[in-house]
Design a protein around this ligand. Structure first.
Ligand code: PLP
Length: 417
């Protein structure tokens, strides 16, 4: 447990107790500095409640799922399918058949682009994405464009990093087959008006994919209320381990998708002449999945639901306002991404200091942030910068963490003065 004082916040959470759930927060780095972890958009930390179930699975329950008849296999299958039900409830999908475990957001989007895309998109059809997409929601559609001759349209953003909704609307035509947008930008922090986006897309019968990689750890997502066709996210950004993620799709949409990968677990019967496929969700989950990872994801969801999104939102809102206020006062700083609707991500550049140098100097103080293009090179080009330094907060962060960040930036500014 870090020894620094936890400044008062309006939160109702017991922050001390919560921070004790995360063993890594007791680590010291760089010559005895307390770890200040502000790289949550890259990956979140893992609480004991998740680590324990993953450990228990591999220590006492390791077994493959679905195919076994023995005790351990039945038990692992029950836990894996239980995690699917936990995810279903978490995003309010109608049924577990609509929850496909993938290896993460990237693989989920690739599955949609390659399976749904090849089936539904032809030359001249249009895919709309935005200027603030992560590369994971750009490159798969470019690959589909190469294959099919479809058109990729880019909805512009303004200087605050908000989607230009009028421009977005003008891009949609009867030939628009897919609108694939990031729900929450990982480099700008912008929370997009996804309900309006979905409403406009539906007018022209376009499908909608929401990249919720930066959303599900911060706010309640309800796929039925949103009425999106697809929603994707990664376990490792939701306090679970890497290697597991989720593709939600409406049943009718998923059922019409040809499997992308063939192999074990996704078949009903195989002869050399003909193979018939299993139903959902198995049909889209060929091979042995990340069993422990999925079980851990279920535990992660249980964990954050106990804390509750109301308390999480209070805490993160406070941290965003507090840190933004402090950072704004620093000389030569420019915050990249100042949308009215923002998650607790602050990207910034400081005059005369390369973002990578800033990241290294912050690291010397024990402050872990991200420096680079954050897999959003078009965003960097839009703001005419090579990179940013990015501090991203989670509910276990404190105002003292923000103070430590600001203190470290001030020191970096002095080094370069
Ligand atoms: N989309 C967004 C908005 C992200 O922030 C990320 C990861 O940073 C991804 C997609 C890709 O996620 P993963 O690498 O877990 O597949």
């Amino acid at each position: 447990m870090n020894q620094h004082t936890l400044n008062s916040t309006p939160s109702t959470m017991d922050l001390d107790a919560i921070r004790r759930d995360f063993p890594i927060l007791s680590r010291q780095v760089r010559d005895g500095k307390n770890l200040i972890y502000l790289d949550n958009a890259a990956t979140t930390l893992k609480p004991r409640q998740v680590l324990d179930v993953v450990y228990d699975h591999y220590a006492y329950g390791a077994s493959n799922i679905h195919r076994g008849v023995h005790f351990l296999s039945e038990e692992a299958t029950k836990l894996y399918e239980g995690a699917r039900e936990t995810v279903r409830r978490f995003i309010n999908a109608r049924e577990t058949a609509e929850v496909i475990f993938t290896s993460g957001t990237t693989s989920a989007i690739n599955l949609v682009a390659k399976s749904w895309g090849r089936k539904n998109v032809s030359a001249g059809d249009e895919i709309i994405i935005t200027h603030m997409e992560h590369h994971a929601n750009i490159v798969p559609w470019q690959m589909l464009r190469e294959e099919t001759g479809c058109v990729l349209k880019i909805a512009p953003i303004n200087d605050r990093g908000e989607l230009d909704m009028a421009a977005f609307e003008s891009l949609i035509t009867p030939r628009t087959k897919m609108v694939a947008v990031v729900y929450t930008s990982n480099s700008l922090g912008t929370i997009n008006p996804v309900r309006d986006i979905i409403r406009l897309a539906k007018v022209h019968g376009a499908a909608v994919l929401l990249d919720a990689a930066q959303t599900v750890a911060h706010t309640k997502v309800d796929v039925q209320s949103l009425d999106c066709d697809f929603l994707v996210f990664s376990g490792h950004k939701l306090f679970a381990t890497s290697g597991v993620g989720v593709l939600y799709g409406k049943r009718a949409v998923l059922e019409a998708m040809p499997p992308l990968m063939g192999g074990g677990d996704m078949i009903k019967s195989v002869t050399f002449e003909k193979t018939t496929y299993a139903g959902l969700p198995a049909r889209l989950e060929a091979g042995t999945p990340a069993i422990g990872g999925a079980i851990g994801l279920g535990a992660a969801i249980d964990y954050i639901q106990k804390i509750g999104f109301a308390a999480i939102a209070d805490q993160e809102k406070d941290l965003l306002a507090y840190a933004t206020g402090l950072l704004s006062e620093l000389p030569g700083i420019r915050i990249i991404g100042t949308a009215a609707e923002k998650t607790a991500i602050i990207s910034f550049v400081v005059d005369g200091i390369h973002p990578h140098d800033m990241g290294t100097l912050l690291d010397a103080e024990g402050v872990a942030v991200r420096a680079g293009h954050h897999c959003t090179q078009p965003v960097m080009a839009r703001f005419k910068i090579p990179a940013t330094t990015r501090a991203s907060f989670s509910f276990y962060n404190t105002r003292a963490d923000a103070d430590a960040l600001v203190h470290a930036i001030k020191k970096a500014i002095e080094v370069f003065a």
